[in-house]
Ligand binder design. Structure first.
Ligand SMILES: Cc1cc2nc3c(=O)[nH]c(=O)nc-3n(C[C@H](O)[C@H](O)[C@H](O)COP(=O)(O)OP(=O)(O)OC[C@H]3O[C@@H](n4cnc5c(N)ncnc54)[C@H](O)[C@@H]3O)c2cc1C
Length: 270
């Protein structure tokens, strides 16, 4: 079964104990075109072993059955050699304990079609963009930024990224570098579990929705984000998405739908 899987794990970066970045290359076929913000399916057979610190399987599944889940692409839409994902381990889950046991060179099934509406396609070119994430929800934004959405134009872009601890802030070096290279990009990380930090954390410790409500973007931009000048993207924890929605609704922002254009784009993994 393993030999029939269509892709190969070519790099694994351990971000934190329960978060990994996986690079996967197609074996004998070409990655299709996709738009940054879209997702792809990954699958492994039930026979693939689980990582040791996961809980054991509760059901007896046919060992050849493929366990499939979808993941937002983190690599640039221009990259044709590999596709990258930022994944957190759900210890009781069906697929992630198997993904976390993979080694470089192992085979995996990669869906040949990337889909999803969580893209910048329908954002007016002169609008600013606020990308809000918790945990691995930052993945689609990394793809957008790597696909050079800062090139040309004058729009401002902000990333607000919340995580439990500083070591869970995946891609922070890349985002800080980008911030140092562009005066139109700001990176606003926050952590909420200060007691577990081993060294002093000088950054924000509020929930992302409290940062937004406290005007963190307005202060950084020197400009109030309004429904007329800004689109927001929300990705990750459903509770964060819900709270952000409530605050944004009071400020006059509306969810974006193809038939009813608004300014808030949502990818909730609940
Ligand atoms: C469009 C989309 C994009 C996604 N992109 C990503 C991504 O880039 N990175 C990523 O890590 N995940 C992403 N996910 C979530 C992913 O698809 C899986 O749901 C997740 O990896 C859990 O899979 P699993 O088989 O291990 O757990 P499952 O067997 O599906 O779930 C086991 C149990 O854990 C609960 N659970 C599921 N996910 C979580 C979680 N994150 N934390 C706590 N409990 C959970 C479930 O409710 C269930 O009770 C995305 C989901 C969607 C819909």
């Amino acid at each position: 079964m393993e030999n029939q899987l269509n892709a190969i794990v070519t790099q694994i970066i351990q971000v934190s104990p329960a978060m990994k970045i996986f690079r996967i290359s197609p074996d004998g076929w070409e990655l299709p075109d996709f738009i940054s913000g879209q997702f792809a399916a990954l699958a492994l057979p039930a026979s693939a072993p689980r990582v040791v610190d996961a809980t054991p399987d509760t059901e007896n599944t046919d060992p050849d059955k493929l366990i499939k889940r979808v993941y937002s692409v983190a690599s640039s839409s221009k990259s044709k050699e590999f596709i990258e994902f930022y994944i957190s381990l759900v210890r009781s889950g069906a697929l992630t304990p198997r993904l976390f046991n993979l080694k470089i060179g192992d085979r995996i099934e990669l869906g040949k079609k990337m889909t999803g509406m969580f893209t910048l396609e329908e954002v007016p070119a002169d609008n600013n963009i606020v990308l809000v994430a918790t945990g691995t929800g930052v993945a689609p934004y990394i793809s957008m930024l790597r696909s050079n959405i800062l090139a040309g134009g004058t729009r401002k872009i902000a990333v607000i990224h919340g995580a439990a601890n500083s070591w869970d802030l995946g891609y922070s070096s890349e985002l800080r570098l980008l911030e140092s290279l562009s005066d139109r990009f700001i990176y606003l990380p926050t952590i909420i579990d200060l007691e577990k930090e081993h060294a002093k954390w000088n950054g924000d410790t509020r929930f992302v929705q409290d940062m937004w409500a406290g005007g963190v973007v307005e202060k950084a931009w020197g400009l109030k984000p309004t429904p007329e000048n800004t689109h927001l993207f929300l990705c990750g924890n459903p509770k964060m998405v819900e709270s952000m929605f409530e605050i944004l609704g009071k400020e006059g922002f509306k969810e974006h739908k193809r038939k009813e254009p608004g300014q808030v784009h949502v990818e909730s993994w609940g």
